[in-house]
Design a binder for this molecule. Structure first.
Ligand code: GTP
Ligand code: MG
Length: 466
């Protein structure tokens, strides 16, 4: 009897030791992963996160995710978030499953997401240590505009002003900058701060940024929060605008503006960065290249500038075990051309190539740190089908879907994507007119059609599901 009890005790000791060992192995093997979903406004971040959660919860429709393919993936569960607001997955999913279906609205504040993924280990040893393993995936979703403020953390007021004036001096911004420039140059910066003159300056700068974004569709609009939806316009930290060079005198208008700029950096930008933008392990950078092609050459260059600037806010490199625990770096970065369903699959290779060229400086910087970035054309939620039609004896690959603006079902040939940045003649020919599509209604419980979402996930988290 006593022998049996001793045996049971020894067994329970062994099993507890075994599970402790499992926990230790889990920590060492990095069973928690923070994914940076990066992209400028309307790049497709919220749609991507919604699709990722929906697919991982159901474990369906992801044949290129190896753990799913090998039937080792068991499923996922949304975990409560410990701080901040939870990503409203159910709301976004319901909007896509409703008739008529809707894309998520532009994101106005920050949401956090924690997802526990369960799977069986690949090797016999992994299975013996712990038959069911768990990976916690953490993501934040936020307004794309906020991202462009991160480089301000490294910039002085003088540098911020210098860049704003340099950009405003040339087309296409010059045309829209006149009212703000007139105010900025007309101010006596050494006089005591006059609240009215200051308010008018900020208002003129904000109107200029809004016009850059709304009338010209430009991406590089800094500070992003000046034009982001749902931002408090009258916050004292937002009472600044770029100024021409002048001496800094205590108690002057310039001093008040510089103080507001510093406060904005600390209270808005640094807080966002410190609380949510540190410690990423992996990154997907979503880029809406088709909108940039539609908008023209200045916008295309502007998108490249914005992506290069914001990449400076991320730490790339291989993490040692110690670094992984205490100062993680991004050790895999995926550049994804989003909304690839707007064009036929025959164009995807060119879309990927064009993206590679557009983000070349960022790719180079990542490579310098020992990473090989990956490039993919993806669609997180596919809104079109591909059809072939014959025109003038030629077979054309077309897309069929419901136009977002007009709501009517169409079959159209969206045109060809150049694998290199377009030549002046290409821009002038007006050949880039890619249309946006409304989503197709998702059937509850059925996987949503996508393009290469599973390949993106395999690259981003696949190795952690082994
Ligand atoms: N056809 C298609 N359209 C997409 C896809 N992903 C995004 N879109 C379109 O792009 C728009 C913006 O997508 P969001 O995911 O809301 O973009 P975001 O990056 O979260 O934008 P902000 O919240 O403004 O920063 C959507 O309203 C859709 O019109 C996709 O996979 N396919
Ligand atoms: Mg969003």
């Amino acid at each position: 009897m006593a022998g049996a009890r001793n045996g049971a005790f020894a067994l329970s000791l062994l099993s507890s030791w075994w599970s402790d060992l499992g926990r230790l192995a889990d920590r060492a093997l990095d069973r928690q992963i923070r994914l940076a979903v990066t992209g400028l406004r309307r790049a497709g971040k919220t749609v991507f996160v919604t699709a990722l959660v929906r697919h991982l919860l159901d474990a369906q429709g992801l044949p290129f995710l190896r753990a799913v393919h090998e039937q080792r993936y068991l499923g996922a569960r949304l975990l409560p978030v410990d701080r901040g607001e939870a990503f409203p997955f159910e709301r976004y999913e319901a909007a896509l499953e409703r008739e008529p279906p809707h894309w998520p609205e532009p994101t106005e504040r920050l949401f956090r997401l924690r997802l526990a993924l369960r799977f069986r280990g690949e090797s016999a040893l992994a299975q013996a240590i712990r038959p069911v393993r768990e990976l916690e995936l953490e993501i934040v979703d936020y307004p794309g505009e906020w991202l462009l403020d991160l480089p301000l953390l490294e910039a002085s007021f003088e540098e911020f002003s210098y860049e704003a004036f340099a950009l405003a001096a040339v087309p296409p911004r010059a045309e829209l900058a006149r009212a703000w420039l007139a105010r900025a140059h007309g101010l006596d910066q050494s006089s005591p701060p006059d609240p009215r003159a200051l308010a008018e300056l900020v208002c003129a700068y904000r109107d200029y940024l809004r016009a850059c974004r709304e009338r010209l569709g430009l991406f590089y609009v800094v500070p992003g929060r000046f034009v982001a939806p749902g931002e408090p316009e009258d916050h004292p930290a937002l009472r600044f605008a770029p100024l021409p060079p002048a001496p800094l005198r205590p108690g002057s208008l310039r001093a008040a503006v510089v103080e507001a700029f510093e406060r904005y950096r600390e209270e808005f930008v640094r807080r966002f960065y410190d609380e949510h933008f540190r410690g990423f392990d992996r990154q997907i950078v979503l880029v809406d290249l088709l909108s940039a092609l539609n908008a023209g050459p200045a916008h295309f260059a502007d998108l490249a500038r914005a992506l290069e600037r914001l990449s400076r806010s991320f730490r790339y490199g291989r993490s040692s075990l110690f670094a992984r625990l205490f100062a993680p770096k991004i050790d895999r970065v995926l550049f994804a051309a989003s909304k690839a369903d707007h064009v036929a699959s025959s164009q995807h290779a060119a879309l990927t190539e064009l993206l590679r060229v557009l983000v070349a400086p960022v790719g180079r910087a990542a490579r310098f740190e020992g990473l090989e970035p990956r490039f993919l054309a993806i669609s997180a939620v596919r809104a079109t089908d591909e059809v072939r039609t014959t025109y003038d004896g030629q077979v054309l690959s077309c897309v069929k879907g419901r136009l977002a603006e007009e709501g009517r079902e169409v079959v159209l040939f969206p045109g060809e994507i150049p694998p290199e940045p377009p030549e002046p003649a290409d821009w002038e020919s007006g050949r880039f007119r890619f249309r946006a599509f409304a989503p197709r209604r998702l059937v509850p419980g059925r996987p949503a059609p996508h393009i290469r979402l599973d390949q993106a996930l395999e690259f981003l988290i696949g190795d952690k599901l082994r």
